[in-house]
Design a protein around this ligand. Structure first.
Ligand SMILES: Nc1ncnc2c1ncn2[C@@H]1O[C@H](COP(=O)(O)OP(=O)(O)O)[C@@H](O)[C@H]1O
Ligand SMILES: [Mg+2]
Length: 330
């Protein structure tokens, strides 16, 4: 029987420091998710060795007896390379792992780097500019209000509240100040796309497949208009996923094509998820790509598994098999 090591960071292990925002541990997994992922890997016929965070991996790196690592670690430092820490160490140790490598994780956690690649590849993404410090905010470049101000390298809607959508210079300054001071990183300012929201999961490598499109519903409404995915909404039950999304074949195909293009452009491996907003005229824009999407049973992979007539176990099994095949180990 083959052994799969599991690297992860737990929400409950995070030690809040003075000055940390309430969402400081939002990227990490709940113990229940690690539990489910462990059981699911076991159900696929593997022994599981729980490793945990990068510190545990460093302690045990010379005595690890695993055939493969399933990595869902987010890394706990601030910066665009935090998700890359576990993959780079595994690569150095010569241990195969499920999911994308260090470079892809860095290039995608850094939303601006990813957007630059999208533009080169012809994948539409909202117009944007970067603000490193409030002092350099003289004009709004070529972008029009309303805009949204996000941290340049975070996920899980960290740093996003109702106030992140700004209509004027005062709001813009306020949010840039928040991102630079509290989240300690440059702000990514984008034109706000009013309309609807979708996410597209992708599984595979050369044979990558875009799975049925999932639509985001907020307060029971699919027409989000100016509403968006804030940290407070994620933590409530005001947000739901609908799959298959009740949209035209044409829009479904457009988003699947862009999702695959984005996935290959960033060299994603085994699985990932691409987030979209669609404006009132039906034009899709890729917001970001997540090579470490949540595998929580409340998240989209579970829902998509049900809709496509398979199970969560088989979906995770397919992701693991993609990795074995990629290394020529199957
Ligand atoms: N340009 C935009 N226009 C409208 N809504 C946006 C835009 N950018 C982000 N959002 C909203 O904020 C949420 C989080 O943004 P996203 O770029 O996906 O970052 P992350 O999920 O990594 O925190 C999106 O799901 C969406 O609801
Ligand atoms: Mg997102």
């Amino acid at each position: 029987m083959k052994t799969i090591g599991l690297t992860y960071d737990l929400k409950t292990d995070y030690q809040f420091k003075e000055g940390d925002p309430a969402d400081a541990n939002a990227e990490f997994d709940a113990p229940s998710t690690v539990e489910v992922v462990t059981k699911t890997i076991e159900a696929n016929g593997f022994r599981v060795k729980r490793i945990g965070s990068i510190s545990k991996l460093l302690e045990e790196m010379n005595s690890l007896d695993v055939d493969m690592v399933f990595n869902i670690s987010e890394g706990s430092t601030i910066g665009r390379n935090r998700e890359s820490q576990v993959p780079i160490l595994l690569e150095m140790l010569g241990i195969p792992f499920v999911g994308s490598d260090a470079l892809t994780l860095g290039m995608t956690l850094d939303k601006i780097m990813a957007k630059k690649i999208f533009i080169y590849e012809g994948v539409p993404t909202p117009k944007f500019f970067e603000v490193k410090s409030i002092d350099e905010l003289a004009d709004t470049d070529h972008c029009k209000f309303p805009m949204i101000v996000k941290p340049r390298f975070e996920g899980s809607s960290k740093g996003l509240s109702e106030k992140s959508r700004v209509e004027d210079m005062d709001g813009l300054k306020r949010q840039v100040e928040l991102v630079t001071k509290i989240y300690k990183q440059p702000a990514l300012v984008e034109e706000f796309i009013s309309g609807t929201e979708f996410t597209v999961a992708v599984v595979g490598n050369e044979d990558a497949e875009a799975l049925p499109v999932v639509q985001v519903k907020i307060d029971g409404d699919l027409n989000l208009g100016d509403r968006f995915y804030t940290f407070a909404r994620i933590s409530s039950d005001r947000l739901e996923y609908v799959c298959p999304a009740p949209i035209s074949k044409e829009l479904e195909k457009k988003m699947k094509d862009y999702a695959l293009k984005a996935y290959h452009a960033l060299d994603c491996r085994d699985f990932g998820r691409v987030d979209f907003r669609v404006d009132k005229d039906g034009n899709p824009y890729v917001l970001e790509i997540n090579p470490l999407p949540s595998l929580s049973t409340e998240d989209v992979f579970m829902l998509i598994s049900k809709v496509t007539g398979t199970t969560y176990e088989k979906m995770v099994g397919r992701i693991i098999n993609n990795a074995f095949k990629r290394y020529g180990l199957n």
